[in-house]
Every structure is written in C-alpha cells, then in structure tokens.
Ligand binder design. Structure first.
Ligand code: C2E
Ligand code: CA
Ligand code: CA
Length: 727
C-alpha cells in the first residue's frame, strides 16, 4: 500500500488516543471522560510505559503529563521527536510555569491543558487536535498524490517519442523534454531560456517564426508543419562541427492565462510538439527515387530524362546555344542475354552504364530507356565535332572486352546523335531523330555513330522506324502466340492447332500479323521472329503435355525467308531436341510462293525436316503459282485450301468448282485436304462431303491466347468442345 493510500484510509477510522500519567486515578478519570465522548482510548502509567506503547502502536493523539517520576513527560516528548513519531501531543499538567509550557511546545507538543482540567476545555482541545491532525494528513496525502501525478506526467512527457516544449511569449524555451537530447544532441537544460531559432535551419526560419509564435488554440492552431531542425554534432564527435538536419512535423498552440491583465485572457507563450519524420522522409525519397530512376543501373529513367531535356532546351533557347541528344543501343545484346542468361545480361548493362558515365561531364545526363537502350543529354556541346568526340570516346570505351564471371564479352554499340536546334527543337523530335540516326548505324553494320540529317526522314526512314519498332517488339517481348483449333469434320474431335503470332504494341495496341509480317520479311526480321514463334509454341506444347492433355499436332507458319537460311533445318531440330519433342508434334505451313522462291534448295531442306517426323502443309493453296508438277517431288502431306475459296462456297452457286477441283487433285496426289476460314454450317457440310479431313475457322473458334487455349483443350479432353455443337 502506498503512503498516500495509508494516510487516506487511516483518516477514515476512529482516532486512537493514548493517556499518559503516573497517577492511576487521573488515568482512569480521563479515560472514562474520553470514552464517554466516543473516543478510542489506551493508557500508560508513567513515561517508560508510554514509550513502550509508542513503540508498539500508532496513536493519533496523546495526553501527556509532564511531571512523572522516572521517565518524565519531557523525555517522552524527546523520544517522540527523535523517533519522528507522528502523533499530536497535548500536555496535561499541573505545571504552570511559562517556561515549562514553552519548552513543551518547543519540543513538539500541540497544546497545553492545565490540571485540574476543565472537561469542556479539554475535550475542545482534543477535538481541535484531532481535527488539525486530519487536515494535516489530508494535506499530506494530497501532496503525495500531486507529487506522484507530477512524476507520472514528467515521465510521460520525457519518454514521449516527440519533442515537447513550452515557449514564453518572446519565443524562449521555458520547458523542453529530454527527448531533445536523443534527437538533436542538446542537453535540455542548456536550451532553457534560449530562443527557438537556435534550433531552426536557416531556410526554414520564416515559416518557423510563424508557427512558433502561434497564438491560435484548438482546431485552428498550426498542425503538421514541416521544418528542419539543426542537429548538434558537437556532442557526437568533438572534431566534427558539421551540422545535419532533422526533419520534423510540428503542432503548436497559443497558451493563455485567464487571469491576465484587467481580467483579460493574456497570451503567455506557445507550447507544442515536434515529431521526428526522418523515416517518412526517407521513404518518400526512395519512392521519388524509384519513380525517376532505373533500379538496375541507378541511372535516371525516361521520366527524369524528359524533365532534364526540357529544362536544357529552355536554357539553350534563351542563350541561343546548342545541345546534343544521343541514342545508344548495345549491339547484339539480346544474344548475350539469351545465351549467357539474364544475370550476366544485367551485369553487362551495369558495366556499360558505368563505362558511358565515365566519358561524360558532370552536367551531362545519361538515362536508361529500357532494355539495352540508353539516352544521353549533353547540354554544353557547341559543335558537331565536340559531339562526335564524345561519341567516339564512348564507342572506344565499350569496345574494351568486358569480364563477367571469368568470361570475356565483346560488345559494341550504335549511337545516333541529334543536335539542337538543327535536328529538332522539342524533346520528342530530338529523341526521335537520335533514334532514327542510331537505327541507320544499326542497319549499316553497327558499331559506330551518325548524326541525324533530314534525308533520314524520307519514306525509307519511315520503314526504318517501323523496322526499329519491330526490333524493339522482339527485345521487349511484345509478341504472343495465339492458337486456333483444327477439327475433324466427321467426328468433331479437336485434332490440331495453328499457331498465329500477335503483337501487343505499347501504343497501337493489338497489331495483326498481316500488318507487320510483310515488313518483317523484307527486313529479314522474320528470322528471329519466326524462331521466337517456334520456341514459344514448343513451350506451350510442353505445358499441354505436363497437364496430361492428348497429343495433337500444331501448325506453325514459316516464311520463305526462314527456309532460305543456312541453318533453317538445324535450328528446328535443335529446338525440338531442347524441348524433348518429337518431330510429329509439328506441322509447318509454307505458302506456295515460299516453296517456289528457291525451289531446289527448299525441297532439300524440307526432305531433311520430314525425315525428323515434321509434316509439311502448303498454305493458301490455289492462290499462287499452282504449278502442280512439283507437288509430287515434295514431302508434302497436306494442302490448305485458301480461305478466299472457302468463302465462295454458297449453296447452289457454281463458283465452288475451284474447291471441287482442288479436292479432286488432292485425292489424286493422296494429300490431306484441309480447309481454313470455315464460317458457316453450309461451308462445313460442303467440305465434309468433298472429303476434307480437317477444318479450321471461326465456326469452331477464333485464334485465342495460350491461356484460353489451355482451358479450351482441358474442356475438350472432357468431351465438351462447345464449338462442335455446330457440326
Ligand atoms: P494464314 O496462315 O492463312 O492464317 C489464317 C488466318 O486466317 C489467320 O489470320 C486467322 O485468324 C484467319 N482466320 C481463321 N479462321 C477464319 C475465319 O473463319 N474467317 C476469317 N475471315 N479469317 C479466319 P491471322 O492470324 O491474322 O494471320 C494472318 C496471316 O499472317 C497468316 O495467314 C499467316 O500467313 C501470317 N502469320 C501469322 N502468324 C505467323 C507466323 O508466326 N509466322 C509467319 N511467317 N506468318 C504468320
Ligand atoms: Ca497458316
Ligand atoms: Ca492460309
């Protein structure tokens, strides 16, 4: 039980009185009188007994005879004083000398009653004594309670995670909690009496003046004001006087004395608290950093580059200066990435970034635009020669072999340069011009730089730009393979799929193959694109196999350009082996044109492929060079009637005779006949009657994403191909 509680509870119970006298008759008469008046009484005959009682028990009040043989009243008083015994003593004595009474009072007696006593006077004196004792005890209890509460509040304030302070009306600290020591390194006593401005970062003083002199209270007072406080570095290292800053948010309020001058509310200062927001600031900074930087290389990203280039253009315009923008693409980066893995690719990009940076000045900006593409802004360039010198320096530094994981990697780069204002006056045109110039380097043997010139902007260029787009699509994984079901018209069973490429262009959205395959063929980009389609298809087949789906053949479209490639057959064979697939999973579709282009060479390659189990179909049959004579020389298994003929199939119309003729020929050559573009039940019935073994068309389903195809096949394996309801 705490002291406060003891005192409080003692005040509730009946006070205990001890009567001390050597005279037994006196003891009993006093005892009777007090008991009769409702007091709780004990008695001690003589001083020695009194002391013994006092040692054994607590008394609220004591009636003490002064003159006793042996231990007298004065000795008892001395004992009480020396032992700090908490009791009220009323001296009851025949002693009348003033000196004796004075001594007794000096020795701690509360009052004096003369013997023979007057009962009324004695009782009043006792009551007064007890009353006074109760008041004293209550006062003491209150004092202790206040002390505890003050201790608690001090504890709370000092252990607050925030700085808590009070300022006088002139802005000087009158209180500041101990938190300031941990956060800022000042001793809190040292700040008392100092003006708040000693803690404020110079740039924040104006705002601080405003909030630290806050006169408002309640909801209108200052909240969440951000300021920077100075850290006292002296306390950390005695040699360093460097001042760091602590960001805080501040809440402050005016303080008023309601009993001020003329009974008015008088402004006496402000109080408030300041919270350390270092962590929040750090997070904000990080988020900001991430929004404006490429995390792999820590270089500025496109957003920050655009910001900087806009500023640089504004500056160059005002001062009639030049500036250079460069677009840099690492040559054959994809090859490194694909053959050595992404970890090596990432490391390579970091090294490239570092090497380029070392060729630049402090004012220049190097940014990564994604993939292996970097852009540079050189604001201090005066002439083309200066820009050329920087480009040469960068190219030289990149040609030095790069060592990663004990492997030496040789790279080079292609750089396009656009000068302001000659090659463009806006951010967009400058970057685009540099990009076009870079692509000219790429298509002219790479490893070099070129300045943009107007001639690059002609028709040829627009092709180049598109080609560049295609290139980028490949690097940035913008392609996807879709699949369209092939169905047996007699059983309605799913018997195959045709793989068809799709391009998800970041600006144009979905681009269909007819819009980009011709250019891909013209630029020979169809070779890497075709390789990608082949691999992506193999990956899907493996996925189906893992899911335990029935084996079906997938048709892949192959362009004539691909067949012309020296390693055409080998690449297919290698890829199949890599995915552990046998050749009979695949059928390749080649157009008549594709076959005729380099006929002898094509025949040889197709024979080799077919020896690996890959079957061959002639696509868009009937549209091209239908020189039937070569068909029997080829390892062709299937002809696909072009959809323009299928479209013409209408009940009772003669035109369908082309389809009839193709059907008769296929039968004669013992080739499978497949029809594509089947959209109606009438077409389906007609083709079925002609002996078509496979049909494909919107009637059975449009080409769909790999995921949708997987779901469709899972359903089909349960015998639920909804499309076949049409059959
Ligand atoms: P294709 O080889 O003749 O492919 C059939 C085209 O007909 C596909 O167009 C398909 O969506 C469409 N089609 C299928 N059923 C119907 C139908 O019932 N009605 C109509 N109106 N159209 C139907 P898509 O996917 O736009 O492909 C166009 C062409 O692009 C393909 O013609 C093919 O020559 C080429 N292509 C597609 N993917 C590749 C590829 O990976 N490599 C190569 N080299 N060429 C591809
Ligand atoms: Ca096809
Ligand atoms: Ca076709």
């Amino acid at each position: 039980m705490s002291e406060v509680q003891t005192l409080a509870s003692r005040a509730q119970i009946k006070p205990k009185i001890l009567i001390v006298d050597d005279d037994a008759a006196m003891l009993s008469s006093l005892s009777l009188l007090l008991k009769a008046n409702g007091h709780s009484v004990e008695s001690a005959q003589g001083g020695a007994q009194a002391i013994a009682r006092l040692q054994a028990s607590d008394y609220d009040l004591m009636l003490l005879d002064l003159q006793m043989p042996g231990v007298g009243g004065h000795e008892v008083l001395m004992h009480i004083r020396d032992n700090k015994i908490d009791t009220k003593v009323i001296v009851v004595s025949g002693e009348t000398s003033f000196v004796m009474v004075k001594d007794a009072l000096l020795e701690g007696a509360y009052d004096f009653v003369r013997k023979p006593y007057d009962a009324g006077e004695l009782l009043t004196t006792i009551n007064n004594g007890l009353q006074s004792r109760i008041l004293e005890q209550q006062h003491k209890a209150m004092g202790l309670a206040l002390e505890e509460s003050e201790k608690l509040h001090r504890y709370i304030v000092n252990n607050s995670p925030d700085i808590v302070y009070v300022l006088d009306s002139k802005g000087h600290f009158t209180f500041i909690n101990e938190r300031i020591e941990a956060l800022l390194g000042y001793r809190h006593e040292d700040l008392i009496g100092k003006h708040f401005s000693v803690l404020i970062h110079e740039e924040d003083l104006a705002e601080a003046n405003y909030v630290f002199h806050e006169r408002r209270t309640g909801a209108r007072a200052s909240k969440d004001v951000e300021l920077r406080l100075k850290i006292n570095d002296e306390t950390k290292t005695s040699r360093s006087f460097e001042t760091h800053l602590l960001p805080i948010t501040l809440h402050s309020m005016g303080m008023y004395n309601p009993q001020g001058l003329n009974g008015q509310n008088e402004f006496i200062g402000t109080y408030g608290c300041a919270r350390d927001i270092t962590d929040r600031k750090r997070h904000e900074e990080l988020i900001n950093y991430q929004a404006y930087h490429d995390l792999l290389t820590s270089l500025p990203n496109r957003a920050l580059f655009e910001d900087r280039i806009n500023l640089a253009i504004a500056h160059a315009r005002r001062y009639k200066e030049n500036l250079a923008v460069m677009y840099l693409d690492v040559d054959r980066f994809k090859l490194v990435n694909d053959s050595m893995g992404h970890a090596v690719g990432d490391k390579l990009l970091q090294i490239v970034a570092e090497r380029i940076s070392r060729c630049l000045r402090a004012d220049d900006t190097l940014a990564r635009f994604g993939g292996d593409e970097f852009t540079l802004l050189l604001p201090q360039i005066k002439t083309n020669e200066d820009a050329g010198a920087v480009a040469t320096k960068i190219l030289d530094s990149l040609r030095v072999p790069i060592q990663i994981d004990h492997q030496e990697i040789f790279i080079s780069a292609s750089i396009g340069v656009a000068m302001y204002p000659h090659s463009g006056e806006t951010m967009g045109t400058l970057v685009k011009s540099a990009d076009i110039a870079m692509y000219h380097v790429k298509s002219n043997g790479k490893d070099g730089f070129r300045f943009f010139c107007d001639e690059m902007n002609d028709l040829y260029t627009s092709h180049l730009a598109e080609e560049r787009d295609l290139h980028r699509a490949l690097e940035h994984k913008q392609f996807a393979v879709f699949f369209q079901p092939k169905v047996n018209p007699l059983t309605c069973q799913l018997v195959g799929m045709e793989a068809l490429i799709r391009w998800f262009h970041p600006e144009k959205g979905l681009v269909m193959p007819d819009a980009f395959i011709p250019l891909a063929e013209q630029s020979k980009l169809i070779v890497p694109i075709g390789d990608w389609v082949f691999r992506a298809t193999c990956e899907e087949i493996c996925r189906w196999r893992k899911q335990g789906l029935p084996k079906i053949k997938v048709s892949i479209n192959i362009s004539a350009i691909q067949i012309e490639q020296e390693d055409f057959v080998q690449k297919i064979v290698n890829t199949l082996a890599e995915f552990k697939l046998s050749g009979d999973y695949i059928e390749i579709e080649i157009t008549e044109y594709g076959l005729m282009k380099n006929r002898e060479n094509a025949i040889q390659k197709l024979l080799r492929l077919s020896a690996h189990g890959v079957t061959i179909a002639i696509d868009d049959f009937g549209t091209g060079y239908s020189s039937l004579s070569y068909l029997h020389k080829l390892p062709v298994n299937t002809i696909k009637i072009d959809r323009s003929f299928v479209k013409d199939i209408e009940p009772g119309i003669k035109k369908t005779c082309i389809v009839d003729a193709i059907a008769a020929m296929a039968k004669g050559l013992k080739l499978h006949m497949v029809a594509e573009g089947v959209e109606t039940v009438a077409q389906l019935t007609y083709l079925k009657n002609l002996g078509c073994v496979e049909v494909q068309g919107f009637l059975f389903g449009k080409p769909q994403s790999a995921q949708a195809t997987l779901e469709l096949m899972t359903m089909q394996s349960d015998g639920k191909l909804a499309a076949c309801l049409a059959c």
